[in-house]
Design a protein around this ligand. Structure first.
Ligand code: ADP
Ligand code: MG
Length: 614
């Protein structure tokens, strides 16, 4: 009889994932609503940090964040900033972040982690794999389908890169959802008949503001704005600078605090900042290399320091209102997203601007993941269908005569979207046209991002201006574009699934998926060796102790020699990278010490029995 599977028609579970710059989360829908799945470390938030440990194993999450202190050169974070971007795009990021880029990176950036090279989607895939594993352990079933959230302003390349990361992690990404849309879903705002929602998202390193319009359960993003370098990290840096100045004068060091000391101080500063959201004062404390630092800080001082930072979020909010053609009074609901919105001063500034009390009932660092789980449940058919509309963040067009861009789909158009436009030839008898697809707001092709180029060949040779070439753009629900061009005289059609200039090819993604399986094998082998060594340590320690026991003296010379031989053989293979060999020698030592163990046990039982008689 062969193997067969019965299909019970059970629906596959789909999880919702918030793949954040600082933290990531996975959530699912149960009977009572969306729930975040906790990390084994105890927190719901998984740091978006990936590290290569000295023995070559890749770790993500809390373990990787610990390595940020001990092995910064083997650790990467904030990789969301590099997703779907080329070297030319990321100059600013490189100035602000200690990314180590491998030489020769151009169309696909490669990051150096110890001796490994990983692209941003591969790094993100390790975070996703960590979340996938958490979900599988929690739910007790395989998890292969997900909805992942992205910032509303993510362009085509950044969206593709996020999908690639999912595929590399073994996840079928059913839908990419805009983060503000997800946050609104988490609050159930789709149940409103009509309304305008502002989503204020102040996280670790980025600030985003989006204005959504709701109508009959349909979401439409009217406009988005923000600052890609503004967040809780800026507050941390302010406090860190003060603490470093204190330490320099109090400890009278002759050199600046070393990187490990600075990282520890940063953690201490963050703890103090976060507790100041709930308590009127907090303490920054550090004990390091025989010195101690302690400083009390109260909320009034914190507010004085951060007022300019909070102010910097209000400009983009006003711009976003202008772009959507609305006044603050027209905003019906304000949703707070991101850990930094726990700061009371942030809440009051937002309330004052929009003149509306913001939603803060859900944890601001969880709402996006919760909304992703709602969307996931919609897609898996667990809850009744809702239509979701998002917008395309940047205009899309093609290059025409003189290097000018003709826009087909304008920015902030709702998606899915399509547009068709007719063009003609410039030269008599022209046989080929080059279609150059561009993304951006500028008028000239050279100022926009080039997404793709393709040829429409064998056009009917007619006088200039007579040909009719129809170009059609289609953006799917994920915001991913495909383009077709048709010669209307011949009906001949060419099309491309637009592969962004800085994306991975399908072959590259395929290769990464395979490699990750191979590497998973390696990682697994390394773990088996470590586990075998732990077991060896235990038995060696136990044998050493037994040698102090009277039972050892009761053994024959030959029995004692056999035990010593087994110990030596285990020590010889201890450092071999072969767990089977180590386990085999553990087995022999076990066998050799069996009589010793029995004698000891009998003696122990003897004393125990005697004890009961007294
Ligand atoms: P991201 O979306 O960028 O991944 P999060 O939404 O998880 O980030 O926000 C992380 C930021 O929120 C960090 O800077 C963290 O210190 C900050 N944060 C978390 N809790 C609090 C709090 N209680 N008070 C102030 N800031 C907080
Ligand atoms: Mg976030």
């Amino acid at each position: 009889m062969g193997n067969f599977q019965i299909d019970f028609g059970k629906r596959d579970r789909v999880v919702g994932i918030d793949l954040g710059t600082t933290n990531s989360l996975v959530a699912f829908m149960d009977l009572t609503g969306p729930k975040v799945i906790p990390d084994p470390s105890g927190s719901n938030l998984v740091p978006s940090v990936v590290a290569v440990s000295p023995d070559g194993a890749i770790v993500a999450g809390p373990e990787a964040r610990r390595m940020l202190i001990t092995h910064p050169e083997r650790t990467v974070y904030s990789v969301k900033r590099l997703m779907g971007r080329g070297l030319a795009d990321v100059g600013e990021e490189l100035k602000l972040f200690p990314f180590r880029i491998a030489e020769g990176s151009e169309s696909v950036i490669q990051l150096l982690l110890g001796d490994r090279k990983l692209t941003p989607p591969e790094v993100s895939a390790h975070v996703l794999r960590h979340l996938k594993r958490n979900a599988e352990e929690f739910l007790g079933e395989p998890v292969t389908k997900a909805v992942i959230t992205v910032p509303a302003y993510f362009n085509d390349a950044q969206r593709q890169a996020t999908k690639d990361a999912g595929r590399i992690a073994g996840l079928d990404v059913l839908r990419l959802v805009n983060e503000p849309t997800a946050a609104s879903l988490a609050y159930g705002l789709d149940k409103r008949k009509d309304g305008i929602v502002a989503v204020y998202d102040f996280g670790g390193g980025t600030f985003d503001i989006s204005i959504l319009k709701l109508h009959e359960g349909i979401f439409e993003v009217l406009a988005t704005n923000g600052d890609t370098h503004l967040g809780g990290d800026d507050i941390d840096n302010l406090l860190l600078r003060i603490a470093l100045e204190d330490i320099a004068s109090e400890w009278e060091l002759n050199a600046p605090l070393d990187p490990e000391g600075v990282q520890r101080l940063r953690r201490a500063v963050i703890e103090a900042k976060e507790s100041l959201s709930f308590f009127p004062s907090a303490r920054i404390e550090l004990e390091y290399q025989g010195h101690a630092y302690r400083r009390e800080i109260d909320r009034a001082l914190l507010e004085k320091l951060i007022a300019p930072i909070i102010d910097r979020t209000l400009g983009p909010c006003r711009q976003c209102l202008r772009d959507s053609g609305l006044t603050p009074e027209q905003i019906d609901e304000v949703v707070m997203v991101g850990g930094s919105t726990r700061i009371p001063m942030v809440r009051s500034a937002v309330e004052a601007l929009f003149r509306s009390h913001p939603h803060t009932d859900l944890n601001p660092d969880e709402v996006v993941a919760l909304g992703a789980a709602v969307q996931a449940a919609i897609l898996s058919g667990e809850v009744e269908d809702k239509l979701l509309l998002d917008v395309t963040p940047l205009s899309l067009g093609i290059e025409t005569m003189g290097g000018v861009v003709s826009k087909l789909i304008h920015r902030n158009s709702t998606i899915p979207a399509s547009a068709t436009e007719s063009f003609t030839t410039a030269v008599d008898g022209q046989r080929n046209v080059l279609i150059h697809v561009l993304q951006g707001e500028r008028e000239l092709a050279r100022d926009c991002r080039s997404l793709a180029r393709f040829d429409l060949k064998d056009i009917d040779p007619v006088p200039a201006g007579m040909a009719r070439i129809e170009v059609r753009f289609l953006i799917d629900a994920n915001g991913i574009l495909s383009v077709t061009a048709v010669d209307k005289r011949t009906g001949k059609e060419t099309g491309v699934e637009v592969k962004p200039s800085y994306g991975l090819t399908d072959e590259q993604v395929e290769k990464m998926i395979l490699e990750s399986f191979e590497k998973a094998g390696e990682d697994f082998a390394a773990r088996q060796v470590l586990e075998a060594r732990v077991e060896a340590d235990n038995i060696l320690r136990a044998t050493d102790k037994a040698k102090q026991n009277d039972a050892w003296l009761a053994l024959s010379d030959a029995e004692r020699a056999a035990i010593d031989r087994a110990i030596n053989e285990l020590l010889v293979v201890y450092h071999a990278e072969d767990h089977r060999l180590i386990l085999q020698k553990i087995e022999s030592l076990n066998a050799a010490t069996q009589k010793l163990a029995e004698t000891m046990m009998n003696a122990a039982v003897g004393t125990a029995l005697k004890g009961t008689h007294i």
